[in-house]
Design a protein around this ligand. Structure first.
Ligand code: SF4
Ligand code: SF4
Length: 296
């Protein structure tokens, strides 16, 4: 079976100004005159290493030689390398598959950090348009839909492309909410209460006494539960929750899980990224386990 290399450079860790360019010096292909590893710029203060995945043989010498552990190399079956869903840029993380949302069902996503769980939610909720790995030549919606021909995802992306499905997402970074919105929690949740259920959800999540607090006074747990309440209160067909239990204790987590699961009972499609395995087990009808190498 032929293989393909994924070479990822961690741009935060790669420091050509401080190292001795060991990756370039020791790469056997560079030694033989090829340009397998180069620098992105002549200015070392701005440069990062760039690996040509088409000629890299996957030997891993650069991984061992880099003093800052900035390089990851993964050998991949060729058939997978041709099925990319998304890639952010050259020598960066890429995603090879997508879970399928199902009506009346909670799908759980489990995997280590850096495995692409949030990228999946961002793609399925329409925040990120999947580029099929073509980060330098983004495909049209027609090409994306054609790519998914023959799979259940085709009709999903058709609807996403023409805005005929409504999605609601609870983002991962709830601490950013007070930066994006000013005012009290009551005003924010009322603004998004398209289903007229906010009062009930607020009660179930134990937030009645926090309604008149300014958003920047809320604790992490209160913010998290308000973010869940807002996402649930929106009128949508598909609901996505990115780490909905963070900052909360076990009892609050359980209430969050019950509120989310009630959406599926109402016929909605629900997808949840969660690190709490016990909660995910309690909450989900199906669990997808993401495998791969974090950040790769
Ligand atoms: S990958 Fe490592 S060895 Fe290569 S330039 Fe970056 S820091 Fe230096
Ligand atoms: S894995 Fe080997 S061939 Fe590929 S860039 Fe690193 S040293 Fe060069």
């Amino acid at each position: 079976m032929s293989t393909h290399r994924i070479a990822v450079i961690d741009k935060e860790l790669c420091k050509p100004r401080k190292c001795n360019l060991e990756c370039i010096t020791f790469c056997p292909l560079n030694k033989s005159g090829e340009k397998c590893i180069t620098l992105s710029s002549d200015d070392l203060s701005k440069a990062v290493a760039v690996i040509d995945e088409d000629i890299c043989n996957g030997c891993g010498i650069c991984v061992k030689k880099c003093p800052y552990e900035a390089i990851s190399i993964v050998n991949l079956a060729q058939e997978w390398s041709e099925k990319k869903i998304h890639q952010y840029g050259p020598n960066s993380f890429r995603l090879y598959n997508l879970p399928i949302p199902k009506k009346e069902t909670v799908i759980g996503l489990l995997g280590r950090n850096g495995m692409g769980k949030s990228t999946i939610l961002n793609i399925l909720s329409g925040i990120i348009k999947p580029n099929l790995g073509r980060y330098d030549n983004e495909p049209s919606w027609e090409e994306i839909i054609e790519y998914f021909h023959g799979s259940e995802m085709k009709s999903y992306f058709e609807k996403l492309a023409d805005n005929s499905i409504k999605v609601s997402i609870k983002p991962q970074m709830v601490n950013l909410i007070p930066k994006a919105f000013k005012g009290i929690a009551r005003d924010l949740i009322n603004k998004y209460d398209e289903r007229g259920i906010a009062d009930d959800i607020v009660k179930r999540l134990g937030l009645e006494n926090s309604l008149d607090k300014s958003l920047d006074e809320l604790s992490g747990g209160e913010l998290q539960r308000f973010a869940v309440a807002i996402a649930v209160s929106k009128d949508a067909d598909f609901y996505f929750f990115d780490e909905p239990s963070s900052y909360n204790d076990v009892y609050q987590r359980l209430e969050v899980a019950k509120v989310i699961h009630s959406l599926a009972k109402e016929g909605k499609s629900v997808m949840v990224v969660e690190h709490d395995v016990a909660l995910l087990d309690y909450l989900s009808d199906y669990v997808y386990i993401l495998y791969g190498q974090p950040g790769v």
